[in-house]
Design a protein around this ligand. Structure first.
Ligand code: SAH
Length: 245
């Protein structure tokens, strides 16, 4: 039986792959990868490496998670070195924990390789620091994709009244709901917000606005995209570098 490396691929820019991830990609007998993992990484694999695509378009999974778990398990029965390549970091809304538990229950050895998460790196490429002395002392990373039951939000909106930076992943399709909720709990209409589309890639695009106008400005941006809410967005005026280079 082989060993599975549950590996973070970073947010897009191939240079943000870790040295450790690159090492296991080069050793892999099989690589099981997502839509969010930069496919150029596969060019680093050795001759004869098998590639298995398991899809995942944002939250709309091509294969259900249970089937992905099984694909990884079956690969480990056949091969020595299995790399499960996942966008960003495996533990940040990446379901890496579920994949690890599935392997644990079947006595397959595994390692986690952390990746550069889009939650921090994508704002960074856009010139938005998730914390900044004197502006915010903490940040939250929240899923924008939650159960659609209107009476039963899993997100504790009332906790979001502070000036902490809030980063929503998987939230572009819910941008209108998110901005309305934030205004409803008392954030000003002109509170700063940014949407960053295809972060760290050559076609990265950031749109900055207010809770009131961002939906009209940003709703048609291509995915993947994330949302940053907070006063740190204003620092982009001085810190933008990637899109202006
Ligand atoms: N494990 C991943 C996140 C998976 S959830 C990580 O650590 O980055 C998928 C969401 O991540 C997308 O819906 C989007 O909100 C965000 N995302 C991932 N890559 C992105 C990118 N290059 N630009 C903008 N958002 C990105």
């Amino acid at each position: 039986m082989g060993k599975v490396y549950l590996t973070g691929a970073g947010p897009g820019d191939i240079d943000l792959l870790t040295v450790k991830a690159l090492r296991v990609v080069r050793e892999a007998d099989v690589i099981i990868y997502d839509r969010l993992a930069n496919p150029d990484i596969l060019a680093e694999a050795k001759d004869g490496c098998e590639f298995i695509y398991v899809g995942k378009e944002d939250s709309h999974h091509t294969l259900p998670q249970e089937e992905i778990n099984e694909v990884i398990y079956q690969a480990a029965l056949k091969h020595d070195t299995v790399v499960r390549l996942k966008g960003g970091d495996p533990f940040v809304f990446g379901r890496g924990g579920e994949e690890g538990i599935y392997l644990y229950e079947r006595e397959i050895r595994f390692e986690f390789i952390p990746g550069v998460t889009s939650a921090i790196a994508v704002p960074e490429y856009a010139g938005i620091p998730v914390t900044h002395r004197g502006i915010t002392v903490s940040f939250r990373v929240v899923t924008g994709h939650e159960s659609t039951n209107k009476n039963h939000s899993q997100i504790p909106w009332e906790n979001y009244k502070t000036d902490d930076t809030i980063i929503f992943l998987m939230g572009l399709h819910r941008l209108k709901v998110i901005t309305h909720k934030l205004m409803k709990i008392g954030k000003p209409r002109d509170y700063p917000i940014a949407v960053i589309s295809r972060g760290t890639r050559p076609d990265e695009k950031t749109v900055v606005g207010t809770l009131e106008d961002i939906y009209e400005k940003a709703k048609d941006l291509p995915t993947p995209a994330l949302i940053v809410v907070g006063k740190v967005v204003e620092l982009r005026g001085q810190l933008s570098w990637f899109e202006t280079n």
